[in-house]
Design a protein around this ligand. Structure first.
Ligand code: SF4
Ligand code: SF4
Length: 413
């Protein structure tokens, strides 16, 4: 019988389901409200092992995951999600805001009828309102609105609980430790609506990771992590501290924007980029975004072998001086405070990557709309005062992204 990960198919999750149920009694990380008859994912079943899928433990959650998971952000293609699950990518990552909720609905439709212990589902909800420059929460921010949106996410997914609920997109210690939202996160765990609590960060990640350790309630951090990061020494140190403390680390943005150049003529070897991220043993799993079966095939190959070849090292230009440009905003915050109009430059650059790198105009539109910038935010400036560490033409990118807002919202639905 062919046991390659490409031929696991439906048998994988069926057998996995049985194994997960058997492992239930041993799991100390079940929602308090789960009764003995209910199930929760603990580890991939024996078929994953036979197929050679590499797995790692998620901090001290008691959960073991394959090193490659599915970032569902840019695709509500149910067949693609099914194919990923059936290949052993048991961890699906979505968010309340992705594709305006249709992402969670599509996942819910795929998961319907699957044994609850055969997959591991993470979603994310942002706290609002927040300061557009720092991303810190406003004094008016309460957990109630956050809880409402979280409950809507559960409804869309058709689930009684998620495996990880993330406080989404924070970049400061203050935001990680913002008490009203910490209480809201703890309340959903206590109510059995989430097994684990996490926090996500695209920017200033090392501070966010350390704040998560300080906060004590966080089980997992989802962090931007890729070979183009300029703050790797600091980030790797923080990730190692998290690993020692038993906080699981999941990597996102491993593809570093997907292209070396803004014009999208020079693609990054994204399979190599994924392997590079996984070469850090403190990363439990990565959630590369997938929109096509070709991408899925490439990522499936990494599930059994993440060793970089010499050619892949060359493709990633490892060991060469860091090249500027591309589409990926490092979130390094070196541009902080430079714009006299106080524009949230890193968020604008990230939105630009969504639009021009991922071609996900809906996500780019929703992001820029949430930032409270006008359709022509740089119109009064004769020259741009912002010097980006990656050499981005900030004025040009901010203007191109902000212009999206002149189109009707439905256009991007
Ligand atoms: S041109 Fe530069 S300095 Fe002026 S508003 Fe835009 S980002 Fe800020
Ligand atoms: S815009 Fe440039 S300087 Fe600012 S955070 Fe992104 S990469 Fe760093």
């Amino acid at each position: 019988m062919n046991r390659s990960p490409h031929n696991i198919g439906r048998r994988f999750f069926l057998k996995n389901g049985l194994i997960g149920a058997a492992g239930l009694a041993a799991s100390s990380a079940l929602p308090a409200s789960l009764t003995a008859g209910q199930q929760a994912f603990k580890a991939p079943g024996p078929l994953a092992k036979e197929a050679g899928l590499i797995t790692r433990q998620l901090g001290k959650t008691g959960v073991t995951l394959p090193i490659v998971s599915m970032g569902v952000m840019n695709s509500n293609n149910e067949n693609l999600i099914k194919a990923a699950l059936d290949a052993g990518m048991v961890h699906l990552d979505t968010a309340h805001g992705y594709q305006r909720g249709t992402n969670e609905v599509a996942i819910g439709s795929v998961l319907k009828g699957r044994p609850r212990d055969s997959y591991f589902l993470a979603t994310k909800v942002q706290g609002e309102p927040r300061d557009r420059q720092t991303g810190n929460f406003s004094p008016e921010t309460t957990g109630e609105n956050w809880l409402e949106r979280f409950n809507l996410s559960l409804q869309r997914l058709g689930l009684e609980y998620v495996d990880i609920i993330y406080l989404h997109n924070v970049m400061t210690r203050e935001a990680v430790l913002f008490e009203p939202l910490m209480k809201a996160l703890e309340s959903v765990k206590k109510a059995g609506k989430a097994r684990f609590i996490g926090v996500t960060s695209h920017s200033n990640e090392h501070d966010v990771i350390r704040a998560a350790l300080e906060g004590k309630i966080y089980d997992v951090v989802l962090t931007g992590y890729n070979f183009r990061k300029t703050n790797l020494a600091e980030l790797d140190a923080a990730i190692a501290e998290a690993a020692r403390a038993g906080v699981g680390i999941v990597a996102m943005k491993t593809m570093a924007g997907g292209f070396w150049d803004r014009a999208r003529t020079e693609p990054i070897n994204v399979k190599a980029a994924l392997k590079w991220a996984l070469s850090n043993p403190n990363i439990t799993t990565a959630i590369p975004g997938m929109t096509s079966f070709d991408q899925l095939e490439l990522n499936k190959q990494v599930m059994t072998d993440f060793k970089l070849t010499d050619q892949e090292r060359t493709d990633l230009k490892l060991g060469q001086p860091q090249a500027g440009g591309g589409l990926y905003c490092q979130g390094c915050n070196e541009c902080a405070g430079q714009c006299p109009k106080n524009l949230p430059v890193p968020s604008l650059m990230r939105g630009y990557m969504y639009a021009y790198g991922y071609r996900n105009l809906g996500e780019a539109y929703d992001l820029v709309s949430s930032l409270g910038v006008s359709e022509n935010p740089c119109g009064d400036c004769s020259s741009c005062a912002v010097r980006c560490a990656m050499g981005f033409d900030v004025r040009e990118r901010a203007s191109a992204l902000a212009r999206l807002q002149s189109a009707p919202s439905e256009f991007f639905g």
